[in-house]
Design a binder for this molecule. Structure first.
Ligand SMILES: Cc1cc2nc3c(=O)[nH]c(=O)nc-3n(C[C@H](O)[C@H](O)[C@H](O)COP(=O)(O)OP(=O)(O)OC[C@H]3O[C@@H](n4cnc5c(N)ncnc54)[C@H](O)[C@@H]3O)c2cc1C
Length: 461
């Protein structure tokens, strides 16, 4: 048998791949990481980080609007998209260089090339026309935007990838999709001053989130002037001079300057040579793995979006780290995918951890719901028409907090901390025993005394 060139070849230098490569190298492994595009992956180059920078930019308009009530008189501030994009690009380039330095300092060899399997141990680096024989392989190739089904004019449609690099801010935008990415971009464009239409085929945005959150956020978005059309799809996109006419399934049409689809992100498995390696796919379309991220081929592992488990950066990072500890650190480590806190950087933000009301009712006999909606203190002077939603889902039998759902400014920051409490198994009594921080919005999480709904009590008592 030929000797291995490396102990580990990682395919994809994104969130999961970079962490796995660095930790495996720190355990003494000889590691090469292959990347076909830019080091840092989706999150750093065209996902979480640039998106959050655009979110920050989009929120200044609200601050300007609200400032008047606090005595600040501003004279029609103007916005310059090219400045934002140039500054964003500079920061992304800095981060990419930092990732490359981290890998280099850890002793990881970087191959700027697409990598494909030729057989279970041999990987071809396409750009170099080289073959590497690896004792272990980690597939961390992420996911890509779903192009949408073939409709006339699909070539005019952009995805989130292109949205980050538009030469100018479109004045009118149609976003199709109901996922967090669709919702976030609708809010970004609206905050920057565009007229936004959000079209979604389902009955409401943010499928999978708590129903109260979905209704509440939609109302908040509509208050900000975003036109949300549900139960509808885009059937054709027609170019008319410099504009686009999006034809909708209901028979109407919308004229815009840009059409963006955010219709989910299938795992990046095509053309990877997984058949040649003997790696099986799961029904979700992702690479099938066990709780240690091991595939159907014992020396091949997969982490992150390509496994289509919980498609978030911190999860990919945790899976990559656990893989390296398991295989090269002598410390078998599983990742617990329960109670992963997450945020939607909409306006206002959404934070959630644990079970929705509907999920809890399906899993637990007695469910108590604590819910409050109130006007934030800041809005009293600013005059902004907005409401905060806080909701706790509690196991009526054990008093354990099963879920927390927030629609509020900084909900992402709040849910990170509530995530610790929920992960630790906090009870409603623990929250009640915690003294409030006043005046804040999150204090209501520890001061809600009376359940607004009790499911299953009558049957159980
Ligand atoms: C617009 C947007 C916003 C997002 N916002 C958030 C957020 O706010 N919070 C959050 O937690 N998550 C967010 N995500 C999701 C997050 O980016 C992903 O979950 C995360 O990047 C997954 O990491 P990964 O390592 O699995 O894959 P990636 O980070 O996608 O890395 C995969 C890498 O593999 C490379 N690659 C693919 N095939 C090959 C090949 N054959 N050879 C060589 N290289 C290859 C790709 O070029 C890429 O660099 C967002 C995603 C998008 C698109």
């Amino acid at each position: 048998m030929p000797a291995d060139d490396v102990d580990l070849l990682v395919i994809g230098a994104g969130s999961g791949g970079v962490r796995a490569a660095r930790i495996a190298a720190s355990h003494g492994a000889r590691v090469t990481i292959a990347e076909e595009y830019r080091v840092g992956g989706t999150c750093v180059i065209r996902g979480c980080v640039p998106k959050k920078l655009l979110v920050y930019a989009s929120r200044f308009s609200l601050d300007f609007e609200e400032a008047g009530g606090f005595g600040w008189m501003l004279h029609a501030p103007t916005f310059d998209w090219p400045t934002l994009i140039a500054n964003k690009d500079k920061e992304i380039a800095r981060l990419e260089a930092a990732f490359v330095a981290t890998l280099t300092n850890a002793g990881v060899a970087l191959a700027k090339s697409r990598a494909v399997f030729e057989d279970p141990h041999t990987i071809r680096l396409v750009a170099r026309d080289e073959r590497v024989r690896a004792a272990h392989v980690l597939v961390a190739t992420g996911s890509r935007p779903h192009p949408g089904r073939a409709i006339p004019g699909l070539e005019h449609v952009i995805s989130s990838n292109e949205a980050f690099d538009l030469p100018e801010l479109p004045r009118r935008v149609l976003v199709q999709g109901g996922s967090y990415i669709a919702v976030e971009f609708a809010c970004i464009f609206a905050g920057l001053g565009a007229k936004v239409t959000l079209v979604y085929r389902g009955d409401n945005i943010l499928r999978g989130f708590d129903d109260d959150v979905r209704v509440h956020l939609r109302e908040e978005m509509e208050k900000r002037g975003i036109h949300v059309i549900t139960g509808t799809t885009v059937t054709a996109v027609e170019k008319v001079k410099a504009h686009f006419v999006a034809h909708l399934s209901g028979g109407t049409s919308v004229t815009v300057d840009k059409v963006m689809f955010a219709l989910g992100r299938p795992p990046n498995v095509d053309g990877l040579g997984l058949d040649a390696a003997g790696v099986n796919l799961a029904e979700t379309g992702g690479i099938m793995v066990d709780e240690y991220s091991q595939t159907s081929v014992p020396h091949i592992y997969a982490v992150g979006d390509v496994t289509n488990r919980v498609n978030l950066t911190p999860v990919a990072i945790r899976e990559g780290h656990a893989f390296a500890d398991t295989v090269f650190g002598g410390k078998p480590t599983r990742v617990d995918h329960r109670n992963v806190p997450t945020a939607v950087f909409s306006e206002p933000e959404v934070g959630m951890v644990g079970l929705t009301e509907a999920q809890a009712r399906a899993q637990v006999g007695r469910v108590d719901i604590y819910k409050t909606m109130f006007r934030p203190l800041k809005a009293t002077l600013s005059g902004r028409d907005t409401t905060i939603l806080l909701k706790l889902v509690v196991d009526g039998a054990t008093d354990r907090v099963l879920g927390c759902h927030i629609v509020a400014p900084d909900a992402g920051e709040m849910i990170q901390l509530m995530g610790i409490a929920v992960k630790m198994g906090a009870t409603k009594a623990d929250l009640d025993a915690t003294i409030a921080v006043h005046p804040t919005a999150s204090e209501e999480l520890v001061t809600m005394r009376t359940a607004s709904k009790r499911h299953g009590r009558e049957a159980a008592e």
